[in-house]
Design a protein around this ligand. Structure first.
Ligand SMILES: Nc1ncnc2c1ncn2[C@@H]1O[C@H](COP(=O)(O)OP(=O)(O)OP(=O)(O)O)[C@@H](O)[C@H]1O
Length: 231
């Protein structure tokens, strides 16, 4: 059994919409191990993105806590939180969020340059990553010159640049046709196996979640057994 990477302990979160408190997460308890691949599934508005944001320290729970390798991230200073994100986390979004004025290679190299690597080292690693995601011939293309699936492959390569322990992916295939979505998902599964990088993949696609090794279901902000959402 590998050791625990991230734990959500009794995480609850609500938003105030001007008139009411909207309870978005309720007593979420979740343990993730190094190298795991987990799908978080649930209908629109069930709290999936909010939970992912809390896991990545981009949003704070009202109560409960998130622990990374046993340390409560809420205790960290904003600087430590930012350093932690840079060193240990990668993010993938539904819409790739690549920088439009930079090439695929430059987009992948960017986190490495920000981390202080030399231009040469960053370029070499970016080239290796683009090759791994099947895009070595596309390094000089800008995002607008790539297909949707290629853009997501670049986004995956960029998320992996810093060799993170954990990748948080919010509907990474939500904007792709079925075939391309399957290929992108397959790539993430392979990378999870090869690199032992832990992936959390948020999706509302039950079929996709069923093809993954582990899934947790959110229903009105609570983690529930799968059959409980089918009522
Ligand atoms: N910053 C915010 N302020 C107020 N309400 C919010 C905020 N962020 C999210 N919500 C609300 O919280 C609920 C859960 O949102 P969340 O984005 O986590 O759901 P989701 O399961 O990811 O949905 P989807 O699949 O549609 O992206 C929604 O009702 C949403 O409107």
């Amino acid at each position: 059994m590998t050791s625990e990477l991230l734990r959500c302990e009794h995480v609850s979160k609500s938003y105030w919409d001007g008139n009411h408190h909207l309870q978005v997460l309720q007593d979420v308890r979740l343990s993730l191990h190094e190298g795991e691949l987990l799908a978080i599934v649930g209908s629109s508005g069930s709290g999936k993105s909010t939970l992912l944001h809390c896991m990545g320290g981009l949003d704070q729970p009202d109560s409960g806590q998130i622990l990374f390798r046993g340390e409560a991230i809420a205790r960290w200073s904003p600087r430590k939180l930012a350093d932690w994100r840079n060193q240990h986390l990668g993010f993938i979004y539904q819409f790739h969020h690549l920088l439009p004025e930079f090439t695929a290679l430059e987009n992948v190299a960017m986190p490495l340059l920000i981390q202080g690597q030399t231009a040469k080292a960053a370029r070499r690693r970016a080239e290796q990553l683009l090759e791994r995601v099947g895009l070595s011939a596309r390094g000089s293309h800008r995002p607008a010159e790539l297909s949707g699936g290629e853009r997501q492959r670049v986004a995956i390569a960029r998320a992996l640049a810093n060799k993170p322990a954990l990748i948080l992916a919010d509907e990474p295939t939500g904007n792709l046709d079925d075939d391309t979505a399957r290929q992108v998902l397959q790539l993430m599964l392979e990378l999870n196996q090869e690199l032992q990088t832990c992936f959390v993949i948020v999706t509302h696609d039950q079929q996709l979640a069923d093809s993954l090794p582990r899934q947790e279901q959110l229903h009105h902000g609570r983690l529930v057994p799968k059959q409980a959402t089918q009522r």
